[in-house]
Every structure is written in structure tokens, then in C-alpha cells.
Design a protein around this ligand. Sequence first.
Ligand SMILES: NC(=O)c1ccc[n+]([C@@H]2O[C@H](COP(=O)([O-])OP(=O)(O)OC[C@H]3O[C@@H](n4cnc5c(N)ncnc54)[C@H](O)[C@@H]3O)[C@@H](O)[C@H]2O)c1
Length: 467
Amino acid sequence: MSCKMNVSFPRRRMARRDFLRVSAAAASLPWLVPASVFGADAPSERIHVGVIGNGNQATLDIPTFLQQPDVQVLAVCDVNTGSHGYKSPKQFLGRKPAQELVNAYYAKKTGAAGYHGCDAYVDFREVLGRKDIDAVVIITPDHWHGLMTILAAEAGKDIYCEKPMSLSVRQGRAMVEAVRKHQRILQTGSQYRSSPANRHGCELVRNGRIGKLKRIRTWVAENNAVGPGPGWKPMPVPEGFDYDFWLGPAPMAPYHLDRCLYRFRFIFDYSGGQTTNFGCHANDIAQWGSGYDDTVPVEYEDLGAEFPPPGSLFNTPIKVAFRARYANGVELICQTVPHKDGCLFEGTEGSVHFDYNKLTTDPPALKDSTIGPNELHLPVSNPNRMENSRRNYIIDHVRNFLNSVKSRKDPVEPVEVGHHTAALCHLGNIAMRLKRKIRFDPQKEQILGDEEADAMLDRTLRAPWHI
Ligand SMILES: NC(=O)c1ccc[n+]([C@@H]2O[C@H](COP(=O)([O-])OP(=O)(O)OC[C@H]3O[C@@H](n4cnc5c(N)ncnc54)[C@H](O)[C@@H]3O)[C@@H](O)[C@H]2O)c1
């Protein structure tokens, strides 16, 4: 539909000679706009982006990408045309509203009222097939993250993949291998790595300000939706929603509104419940502050997790409760506790707590302690950002990804880090589901002496999808 429009915005890898030819042609057409409206960057430095999955989180991620001066969003993609009834009834989401949002943004920015340069797709493979797209943003349910990342890496795209990075430990490993094999940049969307307060808290722990680290406590939110109980009835698939493509590699299952669109996170076929949803924020901080990004705990045990009654549509824990132990004896306790949030590091001489909004320490003055030039400093997403706000974390996390796309250096949450954080959460889920202690070998990525548990490190993909 928009192939005529696309020539007005030269592609990143376009030769300068071609760029000049296109610009000259563009100048003769009133609805084409000068390249300079996209920022001071040379056209060859502009990053062309496709956004796959245009639901709830996309309402934050798409505007964030749009606002970056060196980005142009060329494509959106969703198996849903457009509908209400996601997380909040006010939201109208899907590829059509996403396309309208992008086109309206560029129409305003460029003054080209009839701008329609953003294409909308049902099939993400068409987005990956476009040579003019440099990077994709994957904001689909978790059961798609592995396949889409691997195919994107094979297609030569850089990837911003929302958290939790994987659906299973084995898929996460396959993602690591694909990204490294094809030398792509991947940023996992655990944006709390881009919070200045959080970074400072982790630096305090890493530099021994709380003495010897003994225990880490992480808290995940309570479920914000209750699914239908035993005996629930399937519903007709809404018009404009490609349910079979939504399911993709997941097992065939009857449609219900609460299966798809936001609430998928409470069903194991597509996600891992709050263990992976909020766990990939809180446990990600745990990994960073303790310095265990290149590994995961070696033991996991259930602490009385609670699940919906058998036969319910939702089957992930209502109450998360597990204990993990790192090889050096430090323990991590991850739980659902009302009004508790974030990650608490407990040491022999104090503690550090980050609850997403602020950093608190014991003793209180500890948080004002500065990290000296010869101490360990953690990567900074945006050196100019000092104030702490949830919105800024996403902006800086996206900016950090874009800078990496240009520099070809790893971002703050590269693929291995995203994999380990997700793996920790998956292993916690396995221990809670089996209600027994499991032991894990982080080098071989195997569960020791328990075949049933080890089989849960992987998922069977519905044909014809395969990794
Ligand atoms: N970083 C954060 O803080 C944060 C917050 C919320 C969600 N997320 C993550 O974002 C992802 C999406 O969550 P959400 O809340 O936006 O869910 P959602 O259901 O609202 O959105 C997902 C969208 O993906 C679409 N989709 C499904 N299969 C697709 C396919 N094959 N091709 C194209 N589109 C497809 C759905 O139709 C839907 O519109 C999840 O992995 C979630 O964990 C991250």
C-alpha cells in the first residue's frame, strides 16, 4: 500500500547515490517531506523499525520508538485487526489502531497530512522479509518470543524483545545461539536496568556497602485478573482476530477472551504467570545486584505456592512462593506478598531495597554514598538522566538499544542476561508446579536426577512451527 511513500524516507543501508536520486524525486511531490524532519542523523544512520505485536505494552513501546529522532517505524504487525477488551476496556488495540497512531504521528511531525508510510501486516515473516527494516520490536505474548527472535536474527534484524525473553529454558538458549551466530543486537525489555536509582542500589551491593550478601528477597504482584473456573465455556472467535495465528506454536485450544490479549500471562502454554511477568523485573535486579548475570541459582524449592483450582482456564500460581540458592550459598526468596514490590538485598551490614519507584537503604544514609572512581560501575543507559521515573526507564532502555544498533556493542540487557533472568523464573515455576526441590546445572542447563522436571525445560511446538 505504501511503497510509494517508503521511497520518501531513504533506507538505512541505501547508498548515498540512491538517496540523492530518491530525494530529488521526492522534492517534486507535494506529500513527500524532507529527510531532515527525522533528525540530524545522516540517512544511513536512521534505524527503520517494524513492531510485531500491537497490544497493551505496545501503547508504551511504540510512542517511545516514534519519539526517537533517528527512528522511523515502517511497519506494524498483529494478528488482531483492532478490538477493545484487553487490560482496560478503554484501550483499542491491534494493527489498525497501531498503524493509525504511527501515520498520525508522522503526519503531524512532517506536516504531510496524507502520510501513510507505515504498513500493517498479519504475518510477521513479511516484516522480517523487508530488506529496508533494520530492527524489530517483539511485543507479542511470550510463546512467540523464541521463534520470532530466531527468525529475526536469521533475517539479519536487530531485536528489542519484551520480557520475559523466553517461554522456556531451552528456547532461551536457542535464542542466545541464534543472536550470537548472526551477530545481532538484542535488548531484553526489562527496563528497570535503565533506572539510575536501581543501578546505584546494585552498585552499592556490588561494592560491598552492605557487607557480605546473605539473602535476596523479590516480590511479584498479585494477579490482576481472575479467569473462568472449572467448567468454563469456549467463546466464538471475534471477527478480525486470527486466533490460529495467535496460538501459533502453542497447543490447539478452544477460544476464550481470557485466554488471549493480556491475560495470556496467567496460562502456562503462553507464559509463566507473575513469576515470569513481574519476576523478570524483580529477579533481573536480583541477578544484576548480586553479580550473577552469567549464571542462575543451582537449587529451587516450593514454599507453598497456590494455584487456581484444576480445570480453571488460568493455571499459573495465584500466590508465588519459592526459594532458590546460588552455588555460593546466597539464597533468593521470590514471593507474592500484598503491597510488597521489587527487590531487597540483605547483607551482614545493611540492606538495599528497590521497589520500582525509589531506593531505600538500611542504614538510610547508605543510599547517598557515592561510588568511587576505582570501584565497580555498572553500565549506564543514559548518562544525562538523573531523575527517576518509570516512563524514563523505558525511554532510556529503548535509547540504549538504538545506540547499540549503531555501535554494535551489547546493550544493558543482552540476550544472555535476558536468558538467565527468564531461566531463573522458569526454574522457580517448575519447582512450584512439582512441589519438590530441583537441582540445576547452570553450565549444562540440565535439571539433575529428575527426568520429569528436566523435560519441563522445553516446550513442544505445534506443527508446522519449529525451532
Ligand atoms: N516491559 C514491561 O514492563 C512490560 C509490560 C507489559 C507487558 N510486557 C510484555 O509485552 C508482551 C506483550 O504483552 P501485552 O501486555 O502487550 O499483551 P497483549 O495481549 O495486550 O498484546 C500482545 C499482542 O500481540 C499480538 N500477537 C499475538 N500473536 C501474534 C503474532 N503471531 N503476530 C503478531 N502479533 C501477535 C496480540 O494479538 C496482541 O495484540 C509480553 O511478553 C509481556 O510480558 C512487558
